[in-house]
Design a protein around this ligand. Structure first.
Ligand SMILES: Nc1nc2c(ncn2[C@@H]2O[C@H](COP(=O)(O)OP(=O)(O)OP(=O)(O)O)[C@@H](O)[C@H]2O)c(=O)[nH]1
Length: 354
C-alpha cells in the first residue's frame, strides 16, 4: 500500500510573500516536493522563481505545474485534480505536494477538492498556511495595491465567483492552520503585535500568527515530516533571535489507545481546551492490522490506517500510541498527557517507555 502524501496549501494576496516563503521552504527541506502554482497575468514568473531556487533539478521541471488560465477553485475538475494526479505519478516519487493559490481563489472549494474520490486515498491535507503582508496590514488593509488586485481579477480567464476582497481574506484566514506575517523584518515588536491582534481579532480564535522574515520562519521543522523527537529538541535548544516563538515539545509512548472515531471525537475536545500546535504519530488498536496514522496541525485532525516502518516502536498487545507533540506551553503538554490517561482505553498496566 502506498503512503499517503501530505499536501501544504499556501494562500495569500498578490505580493503577500508566498513565493518568497516557498523558496525558503524548498531550500531548507530535504524533501522531494511537487508544486502546483496558480498565477495570473505575469505568467510563469513564480514558477521560474521556484525552479531557480537551486533545489529543482532542471530535468525535473515537471514537478512544478503552473496553472495560469483560471482561478484554481473554479477549475478544479479541468486542471487541479489532473495536476495532482500527474504529480502522484511522478518518478522519482514526490514526498509532499505544495499548492500555491492566488489570493483570488476561495480556499474552501479547493480544500474540498482534495477529497475527490480519484485522489483522496493518495493524499491528505497537512497544513494550510495563510500569508499576510504585515506592512500593509499595519496600514489597515491586507493588500498593498488594490489596482494590481483589480487588474488580476480582470486578467483571469476563468473565475466563477465574485467574492469581495474582504470575503476572500476572511476565508483565507478562517481555513489557515497557521498565519505567517511577511515583512516582519521591517516591523518592530509593537507593530507586529498590532498586526497579530488584528488578525486574531478577525479570526476570533487562537490560530498561531507567526513572524516571517523574507520567507524565513522559526517553525521550519513544522514542515519537516521526519517523525523524530531529536529534531524538535535540537531546534528548541538552538540559539535564535530574542523574540522567536517559544515552543515546547515532548513525545509519548504509552499503552493507551482509542478507536478511530472515538480518538477524533476526544481529540477535538482536548484541542479546544489546550494550546497545541502540532501532533504527529500513530496508534495501534487491537484487532486492526494496520496502525492509525495521526497528523494534527492546530485544530485540524487527520487520521488513516497505514503500514508503519519495520523498525518503529510497537506496543505490547498491539495496543498503544506513539505521539510527538509541540505546544506553546509546558502546561498544555502536561494536561494533554493527563487527559490521554483519563479518556483513552488501556489494556495492560500503563508503562511510559521513554
Ligand atoms: N522585506 C521583506 N520583503 C518581502 C518579504 N516577503 C516578501 N517580500 C518581498 O515582497 C515582494 C513580493 O513577494 P512574493 O514572494 O513574490 O509574493 P507573492 O505572494 O508570491 O506574490 P504573487 O505571486 O505576485 O502573488 C518581493 O519583492 C519580495 O522580495 C519579507 O518578509 N520582508
Amino acid at each position: 500500500m502506498k503512503k499517503k502524501i501530505p499536501v501544504i496549501v499556501v494562500s495569500g494576496f498578490l505580493g503577500s510573500g508566498k513565493t518568497t516563503f516557498l523558496r525558503y521552504l524548498l531550500k531548507e527541506s530535504n524533501k522531494k516536493f511537487g508544486l502546483i502554482i496558480n498565477e495570473f497575468g505575469d505568467v510563469g514568473i513564480d514558477g521560474d522563481l521556484i525552479k531557480s531556487c537551486d533545489k529543482c533539478d532542471e530535468s525535473e521541471d515537471d514537478c512544478v505545474i503552473e496553472l495560469n488560465n483560471g482561478c484554481l477553485c473554479c477549475t478544479v475538475q479541468d486542471d487541479f485534480v489532473p495536476s495532482i494526479k500527474a504529480l502522484l505519478e511522478f518518478n522519482p516519487p514526490i514526498e509532499s505536494i505544495i499548492i500555491e493559490t492566488s489570493g483570488l481563489a476561495l480556499p474552501i472549494p479547493l480544500i474540498q477538492a482534495l477529497n475527490w474520490p480519484e485522489i483522496r486515498s493518495s493524499i491528505y491535507l497537512d497544513v494550510v498556511v495563510g500569508i499576510v503582508n504585515g506592512e500593509s496590514m499595519l496600514n489597515g488593509s491586507p493588500i498593498n495595491d488594490l489596482n494590481k488586485i483589480t487588474k488580476q481579477y480582470n486578467e483571469t480567464d476563468k473565475i466563477d465567483h465574485n467574492a469581495t476582497i474582504d470575503e476572500l481574506f476572511e476565508e483565507q484566514l478562517e481555513v489557515s492552520d497557521i498565519v505567517l506575517v511577511s515583512r516582519s523584518d521591517i516591523l518592530n515588536d509593537d507593530q507586529f503585535d498590532v498586526v497579530k491582534n488584528k488578525i486574531q481579532g478577525s479570526l476570533n480564535s487562537s490560530t498561531p500568527v507567526l513572524k516571517s522574515k523574507n520567507g524565513k520562519i522559526d517553525l521550519n521543522y513544522l514542515f519537516d515530516f521526519n517523525f523524530k523527537k531529536e529534531t524538535y529538541k535540537e531546534f528548541l535548544t538552538e540559539e535564535h533571535d530574542h523574540n522567536h516563538v517559544e515552543l515546547v515539545s515532548d513525545s509519548f509512548k504509552l499503552n493507551y489507545f482509542l478507536e478511530k472515531n472515538d480518538f477524533e471525537k476526544e481529540m477535538s475536545k482536548i484541542l479546544d481546551e489546550l494550546n497545541i500546535l502540532r501532533i504527529k504519530g500513530r496508534i495501534w488498536i487491537p484487532n486492526k492490522s494496520l496502525p492509525l496514522q495521526i497528523q494534527i496541525v492546530g485544530k485540524k485532525i487527520n487520521t488513516w490506517f497505514e503500514e508503519a516502518p519495520n523498525n518503529c516502536w510497537r506496543p505490547n498487545d498491539n495496543a498503544g500510541l506513539e505521539l510527538v507533540i509541540i505546544s506553546f506551553d509546558e502546561k498544555s503538554i502536561q494536561t494533554f498527557n493527563k487527559k490521554i490517561k483519563e479518556k483513552f482505553k488501556i489494556l495492560s498496566d500503563p508503562k511510559i517507555a521513554i
